[in-house]
Design a binder for this molecule. Sequence first.
Ligand code: HCA
Ligand code: CU
Length: 370
Amino acid sequence: PKKIRVLDSTLREGEQHPGVSFTNKQRIQIAWMLDYFGVDQIEISPVVSNDHKEATKTIIKQGLKADIVSHGRALKEDIDVSLDCDAKWCAAYLGISDIHLKDKLRISREDAMERAVETVEYAKSHGLKIRFTVEDGSRAEPEFLLKVCKAIEEAGVDRISLPDTVGILRPIGMYNFVKKVRDSIDVPLDAHVHNDIGFAVANAFSACDAGVDQIHTTIDGIGERTGIPPLAEVAVALTYLYKSPNDFRLDMLLDLSRLIEEYTTIKPYDSKPIVGSSAYKHKAGTHLAAILRNPAAYEPIPPRAVGNRRRIVFGELAGKTGAAYLMSLLGLDKDDESAKAVAAGLKGLRMGDLIEIPLEDRLEKIINDK
Ligand code: HCA
Ligand code: CU
């Protein structure tokens, strides 16, 4: 299988999430951790404040393995800021849908086309690699979108980002959007997809099926409004489902999520895939019975592989097997009758009283006791 790369935009798109604003020390730490985790590119925007500019300069100086992509508008003045930061890679975005052209930018299609080409030529003439983002491309007039992509390809653009800026595409729509561009230009493509209707991860992978070779993520999926695909979900899907040959340290995923929790007001919801506190909890009696024999019966990926922990929940659904197991943990004799009685007792538990234990350690202990 071919490698799908990851660009992480926690430091750019992620900071556009309400409640997220890192200090420069935190930005540098996040960049180091993302690099160690194994993402291919790390995006940051130096144009939004002096602080960000300082952070961008410092992160570029760290000599990380990942490319540092300096993000800004499709304007020479923003490219100049990237140059000032000593960036090797920059990204420039320009709205190309009619709604962005008319109501945001108030420029004509011809003006937009000219601005796109000039920006790319300017960056290239200064020795920069440049990704161009056709912002709101999913709502742009398809022929105009293609015209812009062809013009910037001729101007020497290094990558093109195809964004579903407002998250309105279905997976098949994303596929068609990417495919149309893929079929007529040769530049490597990025997928940048928003989660407004909950399709971000699915759309990112539709985009891969249609030929992009880089997905944009943020830690925990933070970003403008409802954000973009979470790094954890994308990295796990790439590794286990797509067999993409990345060198990810997947066991850092929980720590990365915890870091964002610590530095922001974001709390990942319990059932959040991979990093949620319930992602590896097992509750129903039939599940407990199976998990005790072979956890793979109800786990797609071992929890340790992603830095998470398996937990067993003894509650009103624990049943006789769950009850017997709980009794053995407590060192009680567990004949059929008493197991039934404990199971009946557990039925009276309310949500707040559920007993939770990390399973692996206990399981080991009980096996050793025998
Ligand atoms: C933005 C818009 C953007 C750009 C994506 C990209 C989008 O907030 O600047 O540069 O690939 O969603 O279109 O995030
Ligand atoms: Cu975005």
